[in-house]
Design a protein. Structure first.
Length: 682
């Protein structure tokens, strides 16, 4: 910020400051403020007049719309800030909080210990192991004040530090502030207790976005000829109201440069601040036993549920059989009796008994009906999934069909055919029933031919499927979807965790406070990534163990390379979570974005159904989405044993790397254009 020569010797100089949140209300209306060094400046004004807004702009938490702010402080360490709201991590103890902020300000542990002991005593704080959330409101505010005083800053900005304190403690705080100014410090303080501000060296009376007065309490009262600050303020307010009624032209709102408050250590990355953030994240994680257990249990539960609930063929489906070929129904079926070749003259049994055996082998719950009408009525009433019907003399007709083949009359051919009626309202079960009945019938015919020593191939379609090049002879849906499930979890579990952590910190104003302490976006996200990287590694290991160790999913590739690609997806998920955190200010919004994108990716990226089957327009853009190519690469690695250097796998890796870059880019654009932000205030 620029200033002139007169600004030398001043700790804070605000010139022609304008700020508004909405066009309807101007909060700072060309405000000028001067705070000389080594003084206490008491900023007073009615509730809602803009005191907090002004302080937020001074500490760099927000930016003016127009005007300038100059600080004598050149580094963040020289600035101490106590916001109006608590803005502290509730799940940290007093000591952990002080240690965290101490490290943020580059202090050594011995120094932090010494200052913490002194402040805990001075501010009468409870034992340092107590969590902030378990403190009373007053104790929380005192902890907040301790954080502002911890690093012994040259410039202290305190937003209502004495609210809710008993008068004795309040007085001792004021005494301490006076003492600090005698030792070269400067203090700016807001308070609702106007008379309390008598101890300030300068008073700024703020109203309707400007300062009505800026002078020492004594001269302020003397000039108005009153003996209380309250009365002086009242008089000035009345005068301002009178003058503003006379003003005819509304003032234009200026548009122009608004450089941010920049302090020397506002560098993009400082290892000490990064370390402090990592430490804080670990403290928080350590405290959340149940949450951590949940985070690690989630992939196990997801993978187990997926493998046990999805993709398995339904068993014991009720299926009807009507056989007019057995006069007394299946009661006549005696397994020892119907062995042998049905072409033999001694063969006197219904072959449909054998067919029933094959249906049972296909895990159908076979129900016998004596009439076709009754059976079909049961299909109609959803009691059975279908019915198969055998004509009278089916055994004889089948025997003739095998024996005579090309000399068969139409009637016998017709009699040797079974008819089936199937409920196809449920596509998956219907197809599965059809498939099982067909397979059962093929097995049955093979069995019959074998008993008669006739080569089975004679009655087969002229096509043989040899051992598959990749995959198993009977592919399962789970084999297709297992990789999709892995990819989805690897991407979304970190997304959920990152987005929720960011929004928690954002909503509590925590990010804003640590930002004032100098923490940058890269340090904050970097520290999150480090902690979450470990979480992600464990989650992905657990997912792989359950998916391939406990369940029979195809895995002929290299576990290490699959693991690497999964973790890349995890990084993609983390950066997507950061983007959600930057773009959304509430959990609701984040939940909607997360859920909507999840569903969209499942459909677009070929996770629930092969991309090859999608609409051609969708198919042509599907590859662009984050999970499509990477999942295809992973599928090739697990089911086909492709190495990391296989072109398709490399395409998948490149795709997620590009997406990570894109997420970072969008975050940066959102922050720079202030459309989204990693803090709530703007
Ligand atoms: N994020 C925001 N969006 C819109 N309006 C806001 C926002 N923050 C504050 N305001 C409005 O700006 C005005 C000034 O608020 P500010 O918190 O700066 O006042 P204050 O003087 O500190 O009040 P108090 O003494 O009650 O803390 C208020 O009318 C408030 O409603």
């Amino acid at each position: 910020m620029t200033g002139n020569q007169d600004d030398k010797g001043h700790a804070v100089v605000v010139r022609n400051a304008y700020k508004r949140y909405t066009k309807q209300q101007t909060i700072l209306d060309g405000l000028d403020l001067t705070l000389p060094k080594n003084k206490i400046y008491g900023l007073l004004g009615p509730s809602g007049c803009g005191k907090t807004t002004l302080l937020s702009c001074i500490v760099g938490r927000m930016r003016l719309d127009y005007g300038s702010i100059k600080l004598s402080a050149t580094t963040r360490r020289e600035l101490g800030y106590m916001p109006q709201d608590l803005n502290l991590h509730l799940r940290l103890s007093i000591w952990e909080t002080l240690k965290f902020y101490g490290y943020l300000f580059g202090m050594e542990i011995d120094e932090i210990r010494k200052r913490a002991d002194e402040l805990i005593k001075f501010l009468q704080l409870p034992p340092e192991g107590r969590m902030v959330q378990d403190l009373s409101g007053g104790q929380q505010r005192r902890t907040s004040l301790a954080v502002a005083l911890l690093h012994n800053p040259d410039l202290l900005i305190l937003d209502e530090p004495t609210v809710g304190l008993d008068p004795v403690l309040s007085k001792s705080i004021w005494d301490r502030l006076v003492e600090m100014t005698e030792n070269g410090k400067t203090v700016m303080i807001t308070t609702h207790y106007i008379e309390e501000a008598r101890q300030a060296h300068i008073i700024g009376l703020m109203r309707e976005g400007v300062l009505l007065a800026e002078e020492s309490p004594a001269s302020l009262m003397a000039r108005r000829n009153v003996d209380s600050l309250e009365t002086a303020f009242l008089q000035l307010s009345q005068l301002q109201e009178h003058n503003s009624k006379k003003a005819i032209e509304p003032k234009a709102y200026p548009i122009g440069p608004r450089p941010p408050v920049t302090l020397a250590d506002n560098t993009w990355f400082l290892p000490s601040r990064f370390k402090a953030q990592v430490m804080k994240n670990l403290y928080l994680l350590k405290r959340e036993h149940i949450f951590v257990a949940f985070v690690f249990l989630l992939p196990i539960v997801q993978m187990t549920l997926f493998n046990t609930a999805i993709g398995q063929d339904p068993k014991n489906l009720p299926f009807g059989v009507v056989s007019y070929d057995t006069p007394n129904g299946f009661a006549d079926c005696r397994p020892d009796a119907y062995h042998g070749c049905l072409l033999d003259s001694s063969y006197n049994y219904s072959i449909t008994c054998k067919y029933r055996e094959h249906l049972l082998k296909k895990d159908f719950a076979v129900k016998e009906f004596r009439s076709l009408e009754e059976a079909r009525s049961n299909v109609w009433h959803n009691n059975i999934w279908g019915v198969i019907f055998f004509n009278q003399n089916f055994t004889k007709a089948l025997g003739e069909r095998i024996d005579k083949r090309n000399r068969l009359d139409d009637e016998t051919l017709e009699m040797s055919i079974m008819d089936a009626w199937i409920d196809l309202s449920n596509q998956y079960i219907g197809n599965m029933v059809k498939h099982s009945v067909t397979l059962g019938t093929i097995d049955f015919v093979h069995d019959v031919l074998k008993d008669c020593n006739i080569t089975q191939k004679l009655f087969d379609t002229p096509l043989t499927y040899e051992t598959p090049v990749y995959g198993s002879m009977i592919p399962k849906f789970t084999h297709f979807a297992s990789v999709a499930m892995l990819a989805l979890c690897a991407f979304y579990l970190p997304t959920i965790l990152t987005a929720s952590l960011m929004i928690t910190e954002k909503m509590g104003g925590l990010i804003e406070r640590i930002m004032v302490a100098g923490v940058t976006f890269s340090e904050m996200t970097g520290s999150m990534l480090v902690v979450q990287f470990v979480v992600m590694l464990i989650q992905n290991i657990l997912s792989l163990i359950v998916m391939y160790g406990f369940f029979d999913n195809p895995m002929i590739g290299n576990y290490a390379t699959v693991f690497i690609v999964l973790n890349l997806l995890g990084f993609g998920g983390m950066f997507f979570g950061i983007l959600i955190g930057v773009g959304c200010n509430t959990y609701y919004m984040a939940a909607y974005v997360g859920t909507a994108s999840n569903l969209m990716l499942v459909f677009i990226c070929g996770l629930a159904w092969p991309v090859e089957g999608a609409h051609y327009l969708l198919k042509s853009v599907s590859w662009m989405f984050p999970l499509t190519l990477t999942t295809q690469g992973l599928r090739g690695m697990t089911a086909r044993g492709w190495p990391l250097m296989h072109p398709t796998v490399l395409e998948g890796v490149a795709s997620i790397v590009v997406w990570i870059g894109l997420f970072v880019l969008i975050c940066i654009v959102l922050i720079k254009t202030e459309k989204g932000s990693w803090v709530s205030a703007k």
